[in-house]
Design a protein around this ligand. Structure first.
Ligand code: SF4
Ligand code: SF4
Length: 455
């Protein structure tokens, strides 16, 4: 698939209004990638999916593993938004925001041009025999790619582990292995794989046929105005009265394409909608005093038919997106400031006491989602039972457990009934955890197989 038949692509430089938009978005995203993992607001990371604590931090809010439903609604909403945008305006994501495109266009190809020169110089260097100059340029370029890959991999790791800990060498080995593996993968991508990622690996590219239709705005060639092309280099006087279209076959739209395709051949899966060919044709046609032949347009428009603005498919995506967004907002606004999980190992949880009582052992985890330390009062709803949490303070029947801000604490909880003979084999009850005005209840089961002798 990626073998000897690969045609290397050397896209020419291009500027224009779409490239300026591309640059603005691309540089903002790169700045976010490099800066965000270092930023703390009130001591809290602005975006961190902490693999160690299994907590997600977003803009000062802390989400616990029990709030996976919120994460799922965010993923679902992002997917629906992508589907909606794609059905209306095609591959805007690929052209302007996909990390592969942004890194290739804003960093990798710029380094390449800086070291090896423009398209023509790159082609000449590729065709030249290996000498000291070629070796020096290639090694310099690869060394810079490696530095770039390491920087991006390290920074990206900061969305999953604390970068300050990583710098001190205090993170688990897995964090360094992940950063090293990502460096290797990125280096391979920058130095060799490149556009093949979009052509062969990206699943989103393959979804285009089901997400778009003839009314989707894509980058296309106005073949009704452009064809038949005027053969390159031929003067109008040489055409002997033959009618020709506006395309002068200058090949500029092909030369700037990072996917190595000719947009005049129609919509192709390889097109990442980067609009470089649009800026190229605007540049050429401006000189001829004509509007561009390559532009954002739907297939229907290119064929001279009216474009439908909003069809059934985008409407379905929009309705689903609104529904998921409402569900997310309601869940977010009604979330408690702390979370509780209860675990019990059925094989070690139960023990008979010498005085005839029976004791169950539970593991209670309290996630404090606020940034301030808090003390939680834990009690049980089991009649006649005594709750003991070693190391916890007592207040009436409740045990007091303190947890640091944005932290969690795991404590053993012993629940004892005084008479095994009087308690049924299985008794459902609840752990009640209170902090301020908020109360969270968690169901649990008290086991007493002493009575029946069964296990
Ligand atoms: S055809 Fe145009 S929009 Fe598509 S990848 Fe090539 S330059 Fe970008
Ligand atoms: S840049 Fe425009 S004029 Fe030149 S080949 Fe492409 S479509 Fe034709």
């Amino acid at each position: 698939m990626f073998g000897a038949a690969r045609k290397w692509i050397y896209p020419a430089s291009i500027d224009g209004k779409f490239q300026r938009i591309h640059r603005g978005i691309g540089r903002s995203l790169i700045a976010f990638l490099l800066i965000a993992p270092w930023v703390r607001i009130g001591g809290a990371p602005i975006l961190l999916a902490d693999l160690m604590t299994r907590q997600v931090h977003v803009g000062g809010l802390v989400f616990t593993p029990r709030e996976t439903v919120l994460l799922l609604t965010v993923i679902l909403a992002s997917g629906l938004l992508l589907f909606l945008v794609t059905s209306l305006w095609g591959r805007l994501w690929c052209g302007y925001a996909c990390p592969q495109t942004v890194l290739m266009e804003e960093l990798v190809r710029r380094i390449e041009r800086w070291i090896e020169g423009e398209r023509g110089a790159q082609i000449r260097l590729a065709e030249a025999r290996l000498d000291a100059t070629k070796l020096r340029k290639r090694l310099t370029k690869w060394a810079l790619y490696l530095l770039l890959a390491a920087g991006i991999a390290f920074s990206f790791s900061g969305f999953f582990v604390d970068l300050y800990s990583m710098l001190r060498g205090a993170s688990p080995a897995g964090a360094y292995v992940f950063a090293g593996a990502l460096t290797f993968v990125l280096f391979l991508d920058f130095a060799w794989f490149r556009e093949q990622f979009c052509h062969y690996l990206c699943p989103y590219a393959r979804l285009q046929s089901v997400l778009t239709d003839e009314h989707t705005v894509n980058i296309g060639y106005d073949f009704r105005r452009g064809e038949p092309r005027k053969p390159r280099g031929m003067k109008l006087s040489d055409l002997d009265g033959v009618e020709v279209g506006a395309c002068i076959d200058c090949n500029r739209c092909v030369a700037v394409c990072p996917s190595g395709i000719d947009i005049r051949d129609g919509f192709q899966l390889e097109c990442i909608a980067c609009a470089r060919c649009v800026d190229a044709c605007i540049e050429v046609m401006d000189r001829l005093g004509q509007p561009t032949l390559v532009k954002y347009a739907s297939l229907a428009e290119l064929e001279g038919r009216p474009r439908r603005r909003f069809g059934v498919r985008p409407a379905i995506y929009a309705v689903a997106l609104v529904g998921v967004s409402i569900a997310f907002t309601v869940t977010l606004l009604s979330r408690a400031p702390f979370d509780v999980t209860i675990a019990q190992d059925p094989h070690t949880a139960e023990s008979a006491l010498d005085d005839g009582g029976v004791r169950n052992l539970f593991q209670v985890t309290v996630h404090n989602k606020s940034r301030e330390p808090a003390t939680f009062a834990i009690s049980v709803t089991l009649d006649g039972a005594e709750l003991v949490i070693p190391g916890a303070g007592a207040s009436g029947e409740a045990q007091q457990v303190s947890v640091e801000g944005a932290g969690h604490r795991v404590v053993p909880a012993f629940v004892t009934l005084p008479s095994a003979a009087d308690a049924p084999p299985i008794t459902p009850f609840e752990f009640v955890v209170r902090e301020g005005d908020t109360e969270v209840r968690h169901r649990a089961t008290f086991r007493n197989h002493q009575r029946t002798g069964s296990k």
